[in-house]
Each structure stands twice: as C-alpha cells, then as structure tokens.
Design a protein around this ligand. Sequence first.
Ligand code: HAM
Length: 449
Amino acid sequence: MSIYLNNSKIFPMQRLFPGKPAGLAITINLLFYVFHGIINFMISIVKGTKDILDAEQWQRIEQKALEIFSKYGYREIRTPVFEYTELFSRGVGDTTDIVNKEMYTFEINKHSLTLRPEGTAGVVRSYIENGMSRLSPPVKLWYKGPMFRYERPQAGRQRQFHQVGAELFGVKEAAADAEVILLAVNYLKSLGLNDLEVELNSLGCPDCRENYKKAIKTVLKQELKNLCADCQSRYEKNPLRLLDCKVDGAIFAKAEIQKVIQSDFICGECAAHFSEVKSYLDGFAVKYRRNKQLVRGLDYYNRTVFEIKSDSLGSQNAVCGGGRYDGLVGNLGGADAPAVGWAMGMERLNSLLAPLEPIKSDAYVISNSAADAFRLAEELRIQGLSVEIDLSGKKFTKQLEKASKAANFALIIGEDEMKAGTVSVKNLCTGVQTAVKRKDARWQILLKK
Ligand code: HAM
C-alpha cells in the first residue's frame, strides 16, 4: 500500500498531505479524481457514430470505386449532406421507416432541413436542377459519403454511416439493370469479395402491384391482430413492406400466405423485363437467387430490386441494396426519366475485408544532426519518396528501433558518413547495408524493395 501512496503520479494530492494515514490519503485522492473528472470530463463520441482509424482500408475502398466506376463510364457527383426535408419525404416516401422515424431534421430560418438518410434523392435533385436530362443518356453518376439515420445502433448499423453508390439515368431497358448489378458485383470482386450472393426480385409496375397489394391484404386480414405494431400500421399504408418484416417471419411462412407471396403477379411487360435482366446476369455468370419477399425499405422502386448479402455480416447482412426507380425523377419535379442504381454500406463492406498491414514509409533517416536528417528527408520527399525522421532528439539506437517498425530502409548518417559525404542504406527487411555517395545517389532505384 505504502508504495502506491508514495507514488505522486497516481496519488497527486499525496504531496499536499505528507504523513497522513493511508485511508484518509486515499479518500482525499479519490475526491480529487471525482472533482477533477467533473471539471475536465472527457467528451465521448456520439452513440451510433464511429471514428475511422483504419484509413488505409477506406482509401482502398474509395480508390477501387473510382477505378471500377470509371471503367463503366460513371462520373463522381458530390451533393450536400443536408437538403430540404421535403426532398426525402416525397422522394424516399412518407410511409417508410426512414422518413417516419429515422431522419435528423432541424429547422433554420423557418426552413425544415434534413441530414441525408440516403444518397439517391439528392442525386436525383441535382440531376433535375442541373438539367442533366438534356445530356445524351445514359447519365451515370457515382457518389460516396456519410448518411444519417436515427436507428437503434447495433453491429453493422450506425446513426452516421457511409455509402458508396451509383445511379444510372435515362435508360428503361433491362440491359441497364443488368449493367448496374454487374457493376456492383465487379466492384466487390475488385476488393476480393467473390462469393456474395445477389438476391433479386421484381416489384412490377404501379399497375400490376395494386393487385398484388390487394391479394396480400386479403390473405393477411385474419392475421392482422397477431402482427407486430409496425406491420399493423403498414397494413393499410404500404402492405408490400409487410413482406420483409423481421418479427413476423413465422406468420409469413404459413402455407396459404406463402402461396400469395410466391404467386406471379407481375404483368407481361414487367415479366419480360425481369427475364431479360436475369438472362443478362446468367450470361455473365452472376450468381443470384430470386427472393419474392425482397421489397426494400424505400418507396421509389419499381420492377427490379436487389440486395447483395453476406452471412458473415450477422443480422444486418445486406452490404448493397438497389433497384429501378422510374417514377422518382418525375415525382421530384423533373421530366420523367427512367433510372436504376444501388448503394453499399461502406462500414459493412469494410468489415468483410481482411485488415490491411500498416503501410511502411520508404525510408527513415537516422542522424545525430536533426538538421541534416531533415535536409535529406526533404530532398527525398521532393523526389516522391515517403520519408520519416525523428523530431524529438531521440538517441541513435532508439531512432533505429523506430525505423525498423516504420520504414523499409534506414538511411544512416553517423559521424563517419558525415565526414565521407556518404549515407549508409540499410534494408530493414534483409539487414543488408551499403554505403552510397550522398550527392550522386539514385534514391528512387536504391530504395526499391
Ligand atoms: P438502403 O438499402 O437503405 O438503400 O442502403 C444501402 C446500404 O447502406 C445497405 O445495404 C447497407 O449496407 C447500408 N446501410 C443502410 N443503413 C445503414 C446503417 N444504419 N448503418 C450502416 N449501414 C447502413 C439506399 O440507401 C438506396 N438509396 C440505394 C439505392 C440507390 N437504390 C437505388 N439507388
């Protein structure tokens, strides 16, 4: 006990009360910590948000997006993170959970604004506002950035999360749906995710969907009282959304209800569109599974909808979701234009990838002269190499220790090197060391691993 009491780092108040009995000293010190804690309490991160500390992996995800999207002719678009609330209530749909329960909405100067819960509505607004319908179709746009939904946080579900997404405008043909799905699959493959399954469905058009909605309502009427509160409120407003309820699965599994769900309700044109999408996907050997209960949580979809799922994501298993939304541009005030797209959750994507090894610098300059190390490092940085130096006057051996963790090569400028105008180049992987004349060294070649 006395060892601790004499340690003024742990018990800072001890200095003020030398020789006091241990119990009293501990109490005084604890009071110090409580009081200190109240004044200088730490401000923690907001629930449902996360700091991104593995930036290299995120940069890789973003670079691959740029690389793959460019191959398919997509251009990046950056829209604001907040928009007028009406954009989402009209766009995403005011019967959806997103609009009803999950939006971060605030009022400024009598304007109701909302932090975007998803990217599509903002991209559509920009497409209309910037006259992109006058461009020759297809207009292909991709985006990445933070989205905000006030959901109950859990693994794979945050209140601020990030999406990377792609939207294609101006083409109603099934080839566009297929290319958009292929883009998602190939993007995932480029990150080494080869075996994710695509779930596919067709919601038909607003006309054929009406009959389906009626049939669903009729068969569920008897069960209405047994359904969860969400399903009960959706029954009238948005009966299709009942189908992907996570609570009432057992009810929906009943044979007579499944018979309706599995029935082919879509009209001839929608069915032909859907089989064309599937035959394109077959042609490119994209594995997919028809899931007639896949209805998606946003109101703007018609015809093709899809999700890409992974079992290793747990209950929040969709890494990507999307589909066709031919009515949205018109609904948001533009001239009617067919459209199809998807978005992926970047946190979920990241959690499917193996962590990256921390990236090492090309070189670490070790010297007793900080100014000299600084000079050589700057020279090399100008030549395009990544170089670190010690900035806090550490001893030579400590610098070498740090170099072996942080860099591929150590560039040593000791007393001898200083006199001879040389630098010792040590390969930190093999241990091989050679001396080079500093003024004629070809660093780009020397520091190749
Ligand atoms: P979504 O299905 O709502 O679709 O979101 C797409 C993806 O974002 C999900 O599959 C999931 O990976 C991720 N995500 C959604 N919510 C969260 C959350 N709270 N935390 C972490 N990740 C989440 C859309 O947003 C549509 N705008 C997709 C689209 C684009 N449809 C057509 N074009």
